[in-house]
Design a protein around this ligand. Structure first.
Ligand SMILES: [Zn+2]
Length: 400
């Protein structure tokens, strides 16, 4: 073996072992030796190198398999952090997360302007503030998620109908300002992975994550892998038509689900009812608080307002039918409901869940499991962080 070859093998082994420890969390030297068919001496030397770099540390003793108790090795998730950002139609969220995808700090601001240059400027300002105010280790990379059709290779937002963005080179625009790599992800896809890796979808091989908010989308995981489709446009089911003679949608179709079941649609239904003169507490709440919003309708539902409860129930039924169709197409084990609207009064989620189960039961022996997102409105931020760790880790972590 030449020296160059030996060095390459060692670097490759270091990366493999580090990825393994990162993935499993806790392990031991004998377990690593078994996993990769390496000699105990080689494993000891590799771990010494990773410990020296601060990537791996010892943490007590594990159960003995007959001989001495093995020393537990754990991955140091605080060795570096990543930045995550989520662009929504109304809000921008920016967070810092460790290498396990755990959010360490977060800021949420209303979207100052939907123009992409303004959004980039806003994100830059928010990241700067967050980094200045939070003591942090080195930053390895940044993941940004955005609704719409994203080319993940180039980081270009091809179409984000709700923001009015077409062919926006978001990755390039942000990368210019940072020393670390930037990745752009589809929000619903990131949310699906966030829930699968760290949330309610752990251990589930086939799941559909549905994001309900100002827009409606879904991230589809089939056989453990994210399904993005031929042109990264899979799961855009907010723009499936439920009424071909319905009103035109900004996407070019007519009668899209989003026009009937998103947060703006719920607000519109309440406004129309108020204009018709229906008795409702929503009117009083608007007078007290100013703007009619999804949150306000949910608040009225908590006060027992009949109109608010009816709107949430009707919209929940519509969504349940649409999601039931998805379940009939993909046959997942679990549906996870996330996004801002998932935090509304429980009647909304319960109606969705019951309708999805009812709509898809005839084909199944067991009903599909419908759950709320573990991370609530943050699933996408957690997913963006986790995807960034997945992409940069192992490449950047080891500077040999
Ligand atoms: Zn549409």
């Amino acid at each position: 073996m030449t020296l160059v070859y030996q060095r390459r093998v060692r670097e490759e082994n270091l990366r493999k072992v580090l990825r393994f420890i990162h993935r499993v969390g806790n392990t031991s030297r004998p377990a690593i030796a078994r996993e990769f068919h390496l000699s105990p001496a080689t494993v000891t030397s590799l771990i010494a190198e990773l410990e020296k770099q601060g990537l791996v540390r010892e943490n007590g003793f594990g159960e003995s398999a007959g001989g001495r108790k093995p020393v537990i090795l754990e991955f140091n998730a605080e060795w570096a952090w990543v930045v995550a950002a989520k662009i929504g139609v109304k809000r921008v969220r920016v967070g810092l997360a460790n290498l396990k995808g755990e959010l360490k700090s977060k800021v949420v601001e209303p979207l100052a302007s939907p123009h992409f240059q303004d959004v980039v400027a806003q994100i830059l300002r928010m990241v700067k503030t967050l980094l200045e105010t939070t003591p942090h280790p080195r930053i390895l990379g940044m993941g940004v998620c955005c609704p719409g059709v994203i080319d993940q290779k180039t980081g270009e937002v091809q179409k984000a109908v709700n923001l009015g963005w077409y062919d926006v080179p978001l990755q390039r625009l942000l990368s210019e300002h940072f020393d670390w790599p930037v990745f752009v992800e589809d929000g619903a896809d990131a949310g699906a992975l966030g829930e699968k890796w760290f949330g309610n979808g752990r251990g589930v091989k086939n799941l559909i994550y549905v994001v309900l908010g100002n827009g409606i989308g879904s991230g589809i995981i089939l056989n453990g892998e994210l399904y993005t489709g031929h042109q990264h446009a899979a799961g855009e089911f907010g723009h499936t038509s439920i009424d071909f003679s319905g009103p035109p949608c900004p996407c070019g179709n007519r009668g899209c689900l989003e026009l009937y079941a998103s947060a703006p649609a719920i607000v519109r239904k309440a406004k129309e009812a108020i204009e018709r003169g229906e008795q409702t507490l929503i009117r009083n709440l608007v007078e007290e608080q100013g703007t009619l919003s999804g949150e306000l309708i949910s608040e009225a539902a908590y006060l027992g307002d009949a109109l608010a409860l009816r709107i949430l129930r009707e919209t929940g039924e519509l969504l349940g039918q649409a999601i039931g169709n998805l379940v009939n197409i993909f046959d997942p084990e679990m549906v996870i409901i996330g996004g801002g609207l998932s935090l509304a009064h429980p009647v909304f989620f319960e109606t969705i869940a019951q309708t999805v189960i009812h709509q898809s039961l005839f084909l199944r022996r067991k009903p599909v499991e419908v759950r709320k997102a573990f991370f609530g409105g943050d699933s996408e931020l957690v997913g963006a962080a986790a995807l960034t760790v997945e992409r940069v880790f192992g490449e950047q972590a080891l500077v040999l």
